[in-house]
Design a protein around this ligand. Sequence first.
Ligand SMILES: [Zn+2]
Length: 251
Amino acid sequence: MRLYRAEGIVLRNRELTGADRLLSLYTREYGRLRVAAYGAGKPSSRKRGAVQPFTRSEFLLGSGRDLDYVRQCAEREIFPNLRNDLENLLYAHHLAELVETFTPEGEPNGGLFVLLLEALRGLGDGDPELLVRAFEIKLLGLLGYRPELGACVRCGRVSAPGEYHFAAGAGGVVCARCAPEVRGARACRAGTVAVLRYLSVAELRVLRRIRVEDAVREEMRRLLEDYLAFHLEGRARSLALLACIKGKPGG
Ligand SMILES: [Zn+2]
């Protein structure tokens, strides 16, 4: 039996059977992991605190036949800003869901671990909506799905203000001339593209200093939602294909 250490953020804690819990963790060392925490649901369990959702904990994990499991754990950070604010808690769930759906199991991404940690810390401070948009665009970049926010993806021309379009399926910004030829291209404000570009590079802690008008916020939310959905569908398709290939006899 192999034991290994990991520092992880608890994304989800579900019932496995009885008092046993199934955890989804995002760890610094191994990326996303699914592990069992046997007995952690008992009120007397010493693991109880460290396995709560949105807790950063140190884990000693053991490899099991089907599922690895928590041998020991200790909580290190509980993000108190999330505990007493429903809006922040809902945003935290959204971040956890994005990490769960977009990351493969067992592939470390140190940048994403730090981004998630800083986002959970930042949710209590300043502008949570803008922080979540910044998280979305940075997550896309860290996982190799960064949208093009400069020149038109079709012809390379830089749009003049008032001529910006965005097409999730084409990978980013499209100029007014190309827009009719690109499926799903929708007009958007130059300001929205400029704020997205800023969010993709700005540090999370400086976000509380910028002001963004409501119309731009709404457009940014919709645009990222489309873009995330497009890549999620692609990911679901490639996973299904992979399962299909793996499932072939002799394959
Ligand atoms: Zn163009």
